[in-house]
Design a protein around this ligand. Structure first.
Ligand code: PLP
Length: 734
């Protein structure tokens, strides 16, 4: 017994490592030294991935906790690591630094880069009040509150120390200028989050800049607290600068050097201004701002472009920053205005800087996030058409495959090594007809469905019980009913899931837009059907918030018109954990955006990894993942994409046409599910595993990015990557 404890404890003590900036847990000294060594090379061969948000909650992927559990560590008497084992076993699991798909994609990407051992550092901001927490009230709809969390107590987050004076935190300074070029300094502390791979022998560090500290001016602190703070355009300008202008000082403070800057969307594009200024300084000396000609600036931009890779994520206008030139003067140096004047040109409005246009101009590669989106982006930016390619998004399969499905995949040797190489799922071809595989799949799925339905039912009861204490009226009609088996949800009822940001173009209410028609389909099928919805609307997005109210307001009507067969439930405060429960537990994932505004979409890929078919508009990734009906259903218009299709105004959202088409396919889907044998339904599920997991994962996606990064890789890494690259070529022309 004593011996076992000693072994366990020595295993844990090997998980502690140190350097002059901090002490870390979960990785060995050797791993820390390797990763740091890769990122601090004189002749850099690494990437800084710059992103406004990162979603990587520990409750969907936490390899260090799993290791401790495997070692059967429950508590410890050794004071040197007692702190860590407690924190990693029982500490908070939410890191609310994301708003939606963009952040989760960033987190999934950085996790896959860690698995593939590609030297990368993420750079983002730390938001002390998160994005926002969502309460939902029956009459008020969405209520936004600040998210209460503590980075100090969050596992895998470390505050970097000043190597000169280890008792105090390291701080960097980022300059701001007023219209007379008077300088003010924003100060930030550096938090390092470690995205550790599942074998605990590599990690991707993420630099999270925390400007909400006493040494920063109050107006900086205020702009830094909430992700996508948008009270005024000034707040937005400041927040974008905090990210972009912080990149180089933060890397320098940690001794890091990179050969490529990858902009995940244009939010951090101010980093490019800094690189251009450095170039000019080097060439013209400290008086550069007085003597540089336009030609000098353009030449410097060309040199900087060789080090930048840019991913554009959406054709939707709100996703692209435009700032009033006069307003920008209050934050950036006059010389910065000169660069912007030359490079951040807006084709429509003379008085604004267009940051997408800046990012488009200064890079060596631009990619869109699906094949369809490539075509749309080329139409939107015809002058850059030549350099726009497609790298279709993916999701981190190790985060999104449920435990029950992982157990299933583990028990078939055809799928061996799926953790490291998701391409092996093509072997599922040989399993699809095997009764044993089909049986185990159904059993795992039922387990996932029960987990989701139990969660929802418990929530309905809790909402009712806490309404008096909180003054929040339960958002769900069912919470007001006598809560017994008839009004609660059943795991045997057909369950459709829909969860995403509530933006109008995503048309969350499309399936309910002709309620009588939907009710008739349900009554004719004479079988129960659950609609589980979740998602947040940005606090300033009134039409988005209206959509949430709209869904709440029709719950009773659908229930009544279908004699209690049709139940709609809204789960408040959507996050990664709820997403994982939903994508694995539902029977189909509904995706009803207006084509072609959903550049990719990723939640449907998470469903596919769990063998859950999509019912979707032919937009974004689904145009590639649909496989002529083998993996699910399509509906809606499929006309060629023209400029006119990009309109987001309500009257052009094609509700009539696309809802009619959805109601057309729905009876066939219900029939397939309620058929005794479910053969055709299960075939579609298993085809997702065979055809879609090998493609729509971030290992494959990251392997395609590595190609754009031009890194010199070791033969072993190169081999791993090329096997993933062979799985798919996003940029293929169909
Ligand atoms: C996956 C995910 C998203 C993005 O979903 P889309 O389909 O791309 O809109 C947003 N929020 C959470 C919590 C997610 O897990």
């Amino acid at each position: 017994m004593t011996n076992i404890i000693t072994d366990q404890e020595s295993a844990v003590s090997e998980m502690i490592s140190k350097n002059k900036w901090g002490t870390f847990f979960g990785i060995s000294q050797k791993t820390l030294d390797t990763v740091w060594g890769n990122l601090t090379k004189e002749d850099p061969n690494s990437v800084a991935y710059v992103t406004m948000e990162i979603g990587a909650d520990l409750d969907v992927f936490h390899p260090v906790q799993k290791k401790l559990q495997d070692l059967q560590i429950t508590s410890s008497t050794n004071s040197t690591f007692d702190h860590y084992t407690k924190l990693f076993l029982h500490g908070p699991e939410k890191i609310p630094n994301y708003g939606g798909g963009l952040g989760i994609l960033a987190g999934d990407t950085l996790k896959s880069l860690a698995e593939m051992k590609i030297p990368t550092v993420g750079v983002s901001l730390l938001y002390r009040k998160g994005y926002f927490s969502q309460l939902v009230d029956a009459t008020l709809g969405q209520i936004c509150t600040a998210t209460d969390w503590s980075p100090e107590n969050t596992p895998t987050l470390y505050l970097m120390r000043d190597p000169e004076n280890p008792t105090i935190p390291l701080e960097i300074k980022v300059p701001f200028f007023d219209e007379y070029d008077n300088r003010t300094e924003a100060c930030a502390r550096i938090w390092l989050k470690l995205e550790i791979n599942h074998t605990l022998d590599y990690f991707t560090p993420e630099i999270l800049l925390d400007y909400d500290i006493p040494s920063s001016p109050a107006w900086i602190q205020e702009a830094a607290q909430h992700l996508y703070e948008s009270r005024t355009d000034q707040h937005k300008i400041i927040q974008r600068r905090l990210l972009g202008a912080g990149v180089i000082p933060a890397l320098n403070a940690l001794g890091m050097q990179v050969s490529t800057i990858h902009l995940n969307e244009q939010h951090g594009v101010v980093a490019i201004l800094h690189l251009i200024v450095s170039q000019l300084q080097e060439k013209l000396g400290s008086e550069y701002h007085l003597i540089a000609s336009d030609e000098d600036i353009m030449n410097a931009a060309e040199a900087v472009a060789a080090n930048v890779v840019y991913t554009i994520h959406t054709p939707v206008k709100a996703g692209h920053d435009r700032f009033d030139k006069a307003m920008y003067k209050h934050f950036g140096h006059t010389f910065c205005g000169r660069i912007l004047h030359l490079l951040a040109i807006d084709d429509e409005q003379d008085h604004v800087y267009n940051f997408t246009s800046l990012a488009m101009r200064v890079n060596r590669a631009t990619n869109s996030v699906s094949r369809l989106h490539r075509g749309v982006t080329k139409k939107q930016f015809p002058q850059f058409s030549q350099k726009i390619s497609a790298i279709t998004n993916g999701v981190h399969h190790l985060s999104w495959i449920s435990e029950a499905k992982a157990d299933l995949y583990n028990s078939f040797e055809e799928l061996q090594n799926w953790q490291d190489n998701p391409s092996v799922f093509t072997n599922c071809k040989r399993l699809i007809s095997k009764p044993k595989f089909r049986f185990y799949f159904k059993r795992a799925w039922y387990e996932d469905t029960k987990a989701l339905i139990n969660y929802v039912n418990a929530m309905l009861v809790t909402h009712r019980n806490t309404s008096l204490a909180t003054w929040i009226d339960p958002p769900n009609y069912l919470s007001y009913q006598d809560l017994h088996y008839k009004s609660l949800l059943s795991p045997d009822a057909y369950t459709i899931g829909f969860a995403r940001r509530f933006s109008t173009y995503k048309r969350a209410d499309l399936i309910f837009s002709k309620l009588d028609q939907l009710a008739r389909i349900i009554v004719e099928t004479n079988s129960p059907i659950n609609f589980i919805f979740a998602g947040k609307a940005h606090p300033a997005d009134e039409p988005g918030k209206q959509l949430i109210k709209q869904i709440l307001s029709i719950q009773e009507e659908l229930f009544t018109k279908t004699n209690g067969l049709g139940k709609i439930v809204f789960i408040p405060n959507y996050d990664m954990k709820i997403a994982k429960l939903m994508v694995a537990g539902v029977h189909a994932w509904l995706n009803s955006p207006k084509r072609p505004l959903e550049a990719s979409g990723t939640s449907g890929m998470k469903a596919a990894m769990n063998g859950v078919p999509n019912i979707s508009i032919m937009d974004g990734w689904w145009a590639e993942g649909y496989h002529d009906g083998l993996t699910g259903w399509k509906f809606g218009m499929e006309t060629d994409v023209e400029e006119a299709c990009l309109s987001e105004s309500k009257s052009t959202l094609l509700y009539e046409e696309d809802a009619a088409s959805l109601y057309n396919v729905l009876p066939e889907i219900l029939q397939a599910f309620y058929d005794d044998e479910q053969e055709t339904y299960i075939d579609k599920c298993l085809k997702n595993i065979e055809l879609n997991i090998p493609i729509f994962n971030t290992h494959r996606m990251a392997a395609e990015y590595v190609d754009r990064y031009n890194l010199k890789l070791s033969p072993a890494t190169q081999k791993h990557i090329s096997s993933l690259q062979k799985a798919y070529n996003s940029d293929q022309v169909e």
